[in-house]
Design a protein around this ligand. Structure first.
Ligand SMILES: *Cc1c(COP(=O)(O)O)cnc(C)c1O
Length: 379
C-alpha cells in the first residue's frame, strides 16, 4: 500500500533528543526551544514567536489574546479543520462561516465583507494547502473595518504572499508541526505575534497566566499570577526533534516540491480532458507543496475514484466536512448556503504526498487515475 502520508525523518532527531536528555532540561523553554524560535526569527522574520504544544493551542491563545467575549462574532471559512473554529467557540464567540473561493478552497474576501457586522471581532483565515489567501483584499477589509486577522497557517510553513512569509501578515498566526504537516515533531505548534503588545501577553498566557518568562530574564524579582492562561509550552525534547527538521527544511521542501510538480505534470492531461481540476496557485502565492489534490466532478465519482485507488494499493483521502453543516453547528448556522465549501467537501480528494515518494510510485498513481477515468467514464 502507498500510504497517504509518511512523516519524514532526517536522522538527527534522535541525536538532538539525546542531547536534550543529557542536559537534564526536559520541560519547556530550554536550549532547543530557543534554537527553534531563533530559527523562525532569522529565516522568516517572525520577531515574536513561541513554540506551543499544537497549532490548536496556538489558535486558542489567539482567541484569548483578542479578548473575545460571548456574543462576539468571528468570520472564518467553513471548509477547515475543527480547531480553527473550536478555539473561538471555546471563548463563547459566535462563528460566522464564509464560503470558499470558486477556484480554490481559501476564504472568499467578498463573502467576508458581506458578513461583517458591528459585532465582528476577528477574521480568521486558513491558507489551505499552504497557498496564500487573497491577502491584498483581506488586509484591505481588515484595515477598513479595523478588524484583526488571525492566520491559521497550520499548513503554510515556508510559503509566501508577494514575497512576505505567511504567518507575518495578520495580527497573529498559528503553525502546526503535527506529523501530517511539512515540518513535524509529532505534535507541536507555533504562535507568531506580529506586534509587541500581543507578544508580551502571549508569553504570559502560555505560562499559565504568570510572568515567569520575565522572571527568568531577570526583569522582575519574583513571578506571580497576572492574567488568565494555560500550559501551552512543549517539552524541550520535542523542540529538539523539531530543530533537526528545521535544519533540513530546504531538503524536505525540495523533495515535496518534486513530488508536487510530478503530479502536476502527470495529471495535466486528465484535467485538460475535463475529468477533474487541479490545484490553482494564484500569481500572488507560492506553493510549499503541502498537499496535492484533485477536485472531482461530483461526490459519486470521487467515492469511486478513492475505492479504485484503494484497490490498486494507493491511499487517497477526502478532506474536511464543511463545519457549517457539522452536527455541532448546523442548527446554529442556519440555512445560508456555502456552495463552494460544499463542493470541496464532496469533490476534493488528496493524493499521497511525502518526501520519500518515488517518481515510479508517482507514475503508478497517475496511471491508476488515468485508467479509472479512461475506463469508467469514457469521456
Ligand atoms: C493541522 C491543522 C490544524 C491543527 O494543528 P494541530 O497542530 O494538530 O493542533 C489546524 N488548522 C489547520 C488548517 C490544520 O491543517
Amino acid at each position: 500500500m502507498i500510504p497517504f502520508n509518511r512523516p519524514f525523518l532526517t536522522g538527527n532527531e534522535g541525536v538532538n533528543i539525546n542531547a536534550s536528555l543529557a542536559s537534564r532540561k526536559l520541560s519547556g523553554d530550554g536550549e532547543f526551544t530557543k534554537k527553534c524560535q531563533a530559527f523562525f526569527a532569522s529565516k522568516f522574520g517572525f520577531q515574536h514567536n513561541l513554540l506551543t504544544t499544537s497549532c490548536t493551542d496556538a489558535l486558542e491563545m489567539c482567541a484569548i489574546l483578542l479578548n473575545l467575549q460571548p456574543g462576539d462574532e468571528v468570520i472564518l471559512p467553513s471548509f477547515t479543520f475543527v480547531s480553527t473554529a473550536n478555539a473561538f467557540a471555546l471563548r463563547g464567540a459566535r462563528l460566522v462561516f464564509a464560503d470558499s473561493q470558486a477556484d480554490n478552497p481559501n476564504i472568499d474576501p467578498a463573502d467576508i465583507e458581506r458578513l461583517i457586522t458591528p459585532r465582528t471581532k476577528a477574521i480568521v483565515l486558513v491558507h489551505y494547502a499552504g497557498v496564500a489567501c487573497d491577502m491584498d483584499r483581506i488586509l484591505e477589509i481588515s484595515n477598513h473595518y479595523k478588524i484583526p486577522v488571525v492566520e491559521d497557517a497550520a499548513q503554510a510553513i515556508a510559503s509566501f504572499h508577494r514575497g512576505r512569509p505567511l504567518g507575518s501578515l495578520g495580527a497573529l498566526s498559528a503553525f502546526s508541526f503535527h506529523e501530517t504537516k511539512n515540518i513535524v515533531c509529532g505534535e507541536g505548534g507555533l504562535l507568531v505575534a506580529n506586534s509587541a503588545d500581543f507578544a508580551h501577553r502571549a508569553e504570559i498566557i502560555r505560562e499559565k497566566g504568570t510572568n515567569r518568562s520575565s522572571f527568568f530574564r531577570g526583569e522582575v524579582d519574583k513571578y506571580g499570577w497576572v492574567d488568565i492562561g494555560s500550559s501551552f509550552l512543549p517539552s524541550d525534547m520535542l523542540a529538539a526533534f523539531l530543530f533537526a527538521q528545521l535544519e533540513s527544511i530546504e531538503e524536505i521542501q525540495a523533495e515535496r516540491v518534486r513530488v508536487w510538480e510530478q503530479y502536476a505534470t502527470l495529471l495535466a492531461e486528465g484535467a485538460q480532458r475535463g475529468w477533474y481540476s487541479l490545484p490553482v496557485v494564484p500569481d500572488y502565492a507560492t506553493n510549499n507543496a503541502h498537499m496535492f489534490y484533485l477536485v472531482c466532478r461530483n461526490l459519486d465519482e470521487r467515492t469511486r475514484l478513492i475505492a479504485h485507488l484503494k484497490n490498486a494499493g494507493i491511499h487517497a483521502v477526502f478532506h474536511y466536512i464543511s463545519l457549517h453543516s457539522s452536527p455541532y453547528y448546523a442548527a446554529e448556522h442556519g440555512s445560508r448556503a456555502l456552495p463552494n465549501s460544499d463542493r470541496y467537501t464532496d469533490c476534493l480528494v488528496r493524493l499521497p504526498l511525502f518526501p520519500e515518494l518515488t517518481n515510479e510510485q508517482l507514475k503508478f498513481i497517475a496511471s491508476e487515475i488515468h485508467s479509472f477515468y479512461a475506463g469508467s467514464c469514457n469521456s
